[in-house]
Write a protein that binds this ligand. Sequence first.
Ligand SMILES: Cc1cc2nc3c(=O)[nH]c(=O)nc-3n(C[C@H](O)[C@H](O)[C@H](O)COP(=O)(O)OP(=O)(O)OC[C@H]3O[C@@H](n4cnc5c(N)ncnc54)[C@H](O)[C@@H]3O)c2cc1C
Length: 370
Amino acid sequence: MTLQGYIDSAIAPRADRWDCEERIPRQVLSDLAGLGVLGAHVSIAQGGGGRPVVEWGEALEAVGEASMSLLSVLTIHAMSSYALARWGEAEAQQEWLPSLTSGAKLGGFCLTEPTIGCDAKSVTTRLEEAGDSWRVTGTKRWTSAAELVDVFLVFGQTDQGPTAVLVPRETPGVTVTPISGVLGFRGARACELTFKDVVVPKRWTIGPQGMGFSYVASSTLDVGRFCIACGSTGLIRACVRASVDYARQRKQFGVPLSEHQLIQALIADMTTSYKAANALWRQAAKAREELLPSSIMETTTAKYFASTAASRAANDAVQIHGANGCGPDYPVQRYFRDARITELIEGSNQMQQVMIAQDALNAFATRRRR
Ligand SMILES: Cc1cc2nc3c(=O)[nH]c(=O)nc-3n(C[C@H](O)[C@H](O)[C@H](O)COP(=O)(O)OP(=O)(O)OC[C@H]3O[C@@H](n4cnc5c(N)ncnc54)[C@H](O)[C@@H]3O)c2cc1C
């Protein structure tokens, strides 16, 4: 079966149910692994699919169109497996990478804490040295899909600064507490995690000690932003499709809504946003494929645009659906809730604006004329 065939038959028709039940069956991730989606971003040399970035982006966009909850699970898995593939020691890679790239195990991402969000380098979780091991103590919050995840990439403080380490969910001292009733991404139910004297071997350290923020978190969040840019673009496409279908069949004042020009204006804006978001992530994909330094800003810009545009498109899709857009019979209320989350995660939109502005202040500085 093709990925699109699987999405149409097994994801899109079940996405609303996953949202209500706040869970995605593990089997879906295994099926996507079988279709090559879970290891697509890791090189063939490291046991992944080594797919061209643009192909991976197309897969993410297609999944995002059907279910942003599922897209977010793919995102945290991609982030943690990328970190291991890029920064992990050979021993840790041998132990974990094959099962992550094959999808036998699922990776998660633990940066945010109850009192630490955007200021991520200030995490308070402690990593204390105990011989050849780390003793991990602290609390993480908003960890996506933690009940599904097998191994977390956890960021904590050492005497030398922020450091990342792998922590399997089943390690003694790890407690996972689900947070029910979150606004969006409900299928990937976020959790609070506590680590009480959790002992893991030092060989599972990811990246140099003290560089957990500047190297590991930064590059990993960049991967997350690419996933969210592509997924949010899919979400905009879902808004266009739902709005066009509804506007064609719903009549008011004796004609379909689609004949009212103010409704057409909303559809025109969301269609334009879709094309722009799609072009931006493809530009980012090209830069990523060619390993250009500009890929970071291309990705940030694509994520910032797509998430903001997805929120606007979902808002307009609810408007076109009227009261039906607020009820359980149409998916646009889910789109609306999910779109809002995309503006907060993998670096909030304010953080993206700061990055884009700083880049522009350098790039567009007019040279003084003589
Ligand atoms: C559904 C969901 C899933 C998530 N999944 C994960 C996950 O898997 N792993 C994980 O680690 N985290 C996860 N998060 C957390 C997410 O990454 C954080 O919400 C995000 O980093 C922002 O942190 P915060 O919410 O603590 O906001 P805060 O840092 O408290 O910021 C609050 C507001 O102030 C703004 N702000 C902060 N600093 C500045 C500044 N200097 N200038 C201007 N504005 C500023 C922010 O943009 C935001 O609007 C998830 C969150 C949600 C809602």
